[in-house]
Design a protein around this ligand. Sequence first.
Ligand SMILES: [Zn+2]
Ligand SMILES: [Zn+2]
Length: 381
Amino acid sequence: MTSVRGDLVVLRPEGLYCPAGDFHIDPWRPVSRAVITHAHGDHARPGHGAYLATAVSEGVLRARLGSGIALQGLAYGEAVTINGVRVSLHPAGHVLGSAQVRIEHRGEVWVASGDYYASGVDEGSERNPTCAPFEPVRCHCFITESTFGLPIYRWRAQREVLAEVDAWWRANAEAARPSLVLAYTFGKAQRLLAGVDASIGPLVVHGAVEPLNEAYRAAGVPLPDTVPWVRLREGGKAAAAQVRRALVVAPPSALGSPWARSLGEFGDAFASGWMQLRGARRRQGVDRGFVLSDHADWPGLQRAIAATGAARVIVTHGYEAVMVRWLAAQGLQAGAFRTEYGDEEGSEPGGAEPAGGGPEAAAAASEGGPDAPLRRSVPAP
Ligand SMILES: [Zn+2]
Ligand SMILES: [Zn+2]
């Protein structure tokens, strides 16, 4: 989108930039002052001179970027003034500490969403229980993500999806084989752990997941007890046998690894919004796909955008063209920023089959087939 004189946020080679305040938002190249929406690797990068983020994300940010970074933590809603521009952070419902950035200057208000999870149907049962829920913020211009910005993406009720996970886990436990769920370590893993029925069996995690669980617990988010597989194995044969009734949560990179093989024979599944695509599970080469996302689906995006009251919307990472067309048809001034944000859900829809397949179609997709399991690159946690 061509930048207009007076715009509060413009696109620069380093990332989104606020000229009036002389700071960047989630820049992908090193800058002197960065406002960070959340601690996923594509939004929070190393090398910036100074960081501003939510206080609750501070632990994860320092663990990932170094304890010595110059970081100022803000409470949600707390405001600071940077070169005359008022900046505050508001819950995005995506992961622990995730925020939208509200920028106010001379009566003009812009909000940059970062990644967000907002439901299109209900805010109670459908909120993300592991972090502060998405808060609509009124603004003149809303910069929105569009990871799942296609009409085919409509999430089912979380409790239905989690009941499917429980049923699959219970059946595996009764057959004495571990249930390995591949889920992104920061956000998705905790969402799963918080939502499943922990009475079915032990919750075992990959070593990359436990530090994030600890960060959530330290922030006061209740999670059931979890034990890293390496520690359980040290307990001898009897302890290790417990894994056969366990739900095991590991990052997607564990698929096919020696670590996974050390679990013995197991059932495996992927938990991701991409599992709604027919064929996605089959291409990942796992038994099951559970549609669970930390991003808004199509109705969630529409509802969140409407709630801002913004007359102007700028779309970032995802299905920009589709979203821009839809927004323009609603009478909004719409444009896009080409960003370098990735997708921490671990897969990309490119070349996939967005045919409205839904989880039923994914579950019905034939086993194996000619498609070799696809190992998509996953941004480093
Ligand atoms: Zn994210
Ligand atoms: Zn993102």
